[in-house]
Design a protein. Structure first.
Length: 562
């Protein structure tokens, strides 16, 4: 029996349980937003302001160019770009041409890029020039490559030193030789927009069925899978977020867009929600703490969304106090699990609560959040507007009672149609009970009596020791409370006698290296963890592999162990 919606009592005053989504396409929504706020700033890029009117003209010109180059409805077009105005233009330009955006991570190496191009069937790619080498090395046969330069949208005074905005790893990358652009099928992004008129093709769109994008999951279990995101998914998710946080004023909200635009968190909030509701998206290429803090201090946004890794840095950063955090209406944490000690340390430093939000690629970016002023440490919050959630038995399609641990499932208009050309994987994640189509998130957790959800680990990261369950995240949190441990990653390693042993990979603080032993760590854990949760094997390592949004990559740890 479904448990209902106890979380509605936690909603802010005036927030509805449900809103009408309508049957609008993303193209229609974009055009309406651009007309409504045509004189407002849509994107601010290191001082360069682009209005909604200018943005629409560039999008329409680019869509016209893509159509002339042969893009037709349903064609997949890859985007391999850094955060920039060109990313926003590319995203909406592809969709207006009838194409399906397949965003690729800028930190992907050639084999990963090749897999996504091949699996998605993308025959065209829009690429930042400094990332082109990774594409060239794939050997993929592409119909067209469109190259953009990071300096194209910089203000004149900064354009000649475009690489200075990168401030990090991308500075080491070089733009391809000018000869590259003379090759057949290679085009200049800037020149295409200059050359073509703003006359995009007229399209017939079915919002329920037609795809906007085909992002790929992180590949924590084997090869990454394409996630089918429809026009309705995007429209619904943006509206749900906007209604859940009603103080985000349409046409008058400033959003700090530092999270990667290719990623569900950055794309949903900045590229989709931000543009569709008239925000000024302050676009930052690289998440350098000084640049992020400077943007928050200068532009004074209503809210700020950061990954837990950013708060881990800022809570101890000397310049964090330059921002009056108490003046923000809410400070959000997303894209990864927020450790309790991070939230507590942040509040001690700033006097402000972190409000966790939850989403995933398969949910178009958002399903749960802590209402403003109502966060609970350790909780991802409550299901948002138009969203249902429950806890199921991890192996059977059966609801579990309040408080019991199981797999969180979500239902709502933002839930994906499924995985691209992979009905078997789609079926593994779907559960239809009493007419409700639930999506199995793979996250293990529980719901309390007031509808707040608490997640403990990924189902695939669950370690089974003699039939007992060990949550890798719980062990990692305990290890990281040791003053001499900088980072930790935990996995299960096969052991026939017990099933799996708990193994910890530990990075020590510099002054502790060679001094802290495995026995010291075991003793530290003894009064903090049940005996079966204490790591049986401990490896001291120089670094923990991370995903491109800062999560511990347990997949890589398992691969290295294998």
């Amino acid at each position: 029996m479904y448990l209902g919606r106890p979380w509605l009592k936690a909603y802010l005053a005036g927030v509805p349980a449900d809103v009408e989504i309508g049957a609008k396409s993303l193209n229609e929504a974009f055009d309406e937003a651009a007309e409504k706020w045509k004189d407002h700033t849509a994107v601010t890029f290191y001082g360069r302001r682009i209005s909604y009117g200018e943005l629409k003209e560039k999008v329409d010109r680019f869509a016209t160019a893509l159509h002339d180059l042969g893009v037709r409805k349903g064609d997949r077009v890859a985007i391999l770009m850094l955060n920039s105005p060109e990313y926003v233009i590319s995203y909406y330009g592809v969709v207006k041409a009838g194409g399906v955006v397949s965003p690729i991570s800028p930190v992907y190496v050639s084999p990963e890029i090749k897999h996504q191009l091949k699996d998605s069937g993308a025959e065209r790619i829009i690429c930042q020039d400094i990332l082109y080498d990774g594409v060239a090395r794939t050997g993929s046969e592409l119909k067209q490559v469109i190259l953009a330069n990071i300096a194209d949208s910089l203000p004149p005074l900064k354009r000649f030193m475009g690489k200075s905005v990168l401030k990090g790893v991308y500075q080491k990358m070089a733009a391809p030789s000018p000869e590259i652009q003379k090759q057949e099928g290679v085009y200049s992004f800037k020149e295409l927009i200059r050359k073509y008129p703003p006359a995009p093709p007229r399209l017939s769109i079915d919002p329920e069925e037609d795809l906007v994008s085909l992002p790929y999951t992180g590949g924590t279990t084997g090869k990454p899978k394409g996630v089918m995101i429809t026009h309705r998914n995007v429209i619904a998710e943006a509206l749900i977020f906007q209604r859940f946080y009603p103080f985000l004023e349409e046409g008058n909200t400033i959003w700090i867009g530092y999270m990667p635009f290719y990623h569900a968190a950055g794309q949903a909030r900045a590229v989709q929600n931000g543009i569709l509701y008239g925000y000024n998206v302050i676009t930052i290429v690289n998440p350098d703490p000084d640049v992020v803090l400077g943007a928050v201090a200068r532009y004074k946004p209503t809210t700020f969304l950061g990954a837990p890794t950013m708060y881990e840095i800022l809570k101890d950063y000397k310049k964090t106090d330059r921002v009056q955090w108490k003046n923000l209406k809410i400070v959000l944490s997303g894209a990864d699990a927020l450790h309790e000690f991070t939230a507590k340390d942040w509040k001690t430093r700033t006097g402000v609560d972190l409000h966790d939000v939850y989403g995933m690629t398969e949910l178009t970016g958002f399903s749960h959040g802590c209402p403003a002023g109502k966060p609970r440490v350790g909780s991802i919050g409550v299901p948002a507007v138009n969203t249902l959630a429950a806890i199921l038995d991890p192996e059977r399609d059966e609801y579990l009672p309040v408080g019991e641990m199981g797999e969180m499932v979500v239902a709502g208009p933002q839930v994906t149609k499924g995985y691209w050309r992979n009905p078997e994987a789609t079926g593994e994640c779907e559960a239809v009970i009493d007419g409700i189509r639930w999506w199995r998130t793979g996250d293990l957790g529980r719901m309390d009596e007031e509808g707040y959800f608490y997640l403990y680990d990924r189902k695939r990261d669950l370690i089974k020791y003699k039939g007992l369950r060990v949550y890798a995240r719980e062990v990692e949190e305990v290890l990281k409370t040791h003053p001499q441990i900088k980072e930790a990653g935990v996995i299960g390693v096969p052991e026939p006698k017990v099933g799996e042993n708990v193994k910890a990979f530990v990075v020590l603080e510099t002054d502790a290296r060679g001094k802290l032993s495995e026995e010291d760590i075991t003793r530290f854990c003894q009064d903090k963890l049940a005996h079966y949760k204490i790591p049986k094997v401990i490896d001291f390592v120089g670094e923990i592999p991370k995903t491109d949004v800062g999560k511990v990559s347990r997949r890589e740890l398992r691969e290295e162990e294998g």
